[in-house]
Every structure is written in C-alpha cells, then in structure tokens.
Design a protein around this ligand. Structure first.
Ligand SMILES: *[C@@H]1O[C@H](CO)[C@@H](O)[C@H](O)[C@H]1NC(C)=O
Length: 203
C-alpha cells in the first residue's frame, strides 16, 4: 500500500517537473539591476539602463543565459561626454538621444558568455549584443585587460551573480557608427574638437 502510494506520488512529481517552466531560482536579472543600482560608481550606468529601457533587455538576458557586462564608471561617462562633446541630458531625456544611448549600452553587454577575468586574459575578442566585436588584450606588464586598445578593465569582477558578471571599465566603448549617431542627435557645437581625433584617441 505504502509502496503503491509513493509510486503514484513519484509519477505526479515527475509530471510536475516536466511541466514546470522555471529553470532558475528567483529573478537573477532583477537581482543584478539592484546590485548595479546600489553600486557607488555606477550611477550614470544605472540611469542609462533605466531611461533607455535597456534594463528590460538586460533583465531578460540574465534570466535566460550567462551575461557579461562591461560597465563604465561614472567618471568615465562624464569624461566621454565631455571629450565627444555630447550632452548627457540629451542622451538620457530626448527620444533620439535615448535611442543612441541604448545602442551604446548594447555594445557593453555580451549575452551568452560568462567572461571571468581569467577568461578575458585568454580572449582576443568578444561579441556584444550590438554585434560589433570588441578586441580584448591582456597587458602582461600592467596585468590589465584593455578593450579596443583604449578602455581598461579597472575593477574586474566587481559584481558576480547568478548568470551575470560585471567588470568596471574606465571608458565608454563606442563604435564609429554609434559615435556618429550620438554626435548627430546630441552633439554640442565645439569647432576646436575634431570628431575623428576624439574617436581615435579615445579618452
Ligand atoms: C571564455 O569564455 C567564452 C564564453 O563563455 C568561451 O567560449 C571561451 O572558450 C572561454 N575561453 C577560455 C580560454 O576559457
């Protein structure tokens, strides 16, 4: 009798397991967004995620698969907007500005890959969500990972969570087309600054 009962229950349990769509515990995407929100050096990055709505895309990505995020620290964002002569208020408030900023954010998120620092030291290239590859280089002299030759991983593995790893970087990584888009919609006239020079020299 007892044996028959537990056999019947085992059947019920395996049916439940098959039907259950939940693959991860809790909501790692929201946990990550909370961690970014609470981070001392990521106020601008968090503001950008929320105002562009890319926080939803990131949330979904992290809930579905491992994700690596290269997050520019606040100082880096301020330096980049000053160097490229683009208005942060425009990027975070105007519709066209937000669209451009969202493209920038996509360039900082690698979906489907959990790149630890060790992994990055062995990796030559990562493909972020916008599809434009970023070159990675490990500088053996300084022991720093450098992205596209001008952005440094200044605090590797600053946030490590289920399905998400965040590295802090000291610059904003922009593609040429995204840079042109940002200047086009949110550029502030500054005759002395050559766009190509600003782009080539990074920060
Ligand atoms: C680094 O991580 C990527 C993505 O998870 C993986 O495809 C690659 O094989 C890893 N490289 C090394 C050297 O472990």
């Amino acid at each position: 009798m007892a044996a028959a009962m537990s056999a019947a229950m085992a059947v019920v349990f395996s049916v439940l397991l098959v039907l259950s769509p939940v693959l991860v515990e809790g909501n790692p995407g929201l946990d990550l967004l909370e961690a970014i929100k609470g981070h001392q050096r990521l106020h601008r990055f968090h503001q950008a995620l929320v105002t562009t709505g890319f926080s939803n895309g990131l949330n979904n990505a992290v809930n579905a698969k491992p994700t690596t995020i290269f997050a520019p620290v606040d100082d880096a964002v301020d330096t980049a907007t000053a160097t490229y002569s683009v208005s942060w208020d425009c990027l975070t408030q105007e519709n066209a500005g937000k669209a451009a900023l969202k493209e920038t954010l996509k360039h900082h998120v690698v979906e489907g890959a959990f790149h630890t620092l060790w992994n990055l030291t062995k990796t030559n290239q990562v493909i972020p969500a916008d599809g434009f590859p970023i070159e990675a280089m490990f500088d053996k002299a300084t022991h720093v990972v450098i992205l596209d030759g001008y952005v440094h991983v200044v605090e590797p593995e600053a946030i490590v969570m289920e399905n998400a790893i965040v590295h802090l970087i000291d610059g904003v990584i922009v593609t040429e087309s995204n840079y042109a888009q940002m200047v086009d919609v949110c550029g502030q006239a500054q005759p002395s600054a050559s766009p190509s020079l600003g782009f080539a020299s990074g920060l």
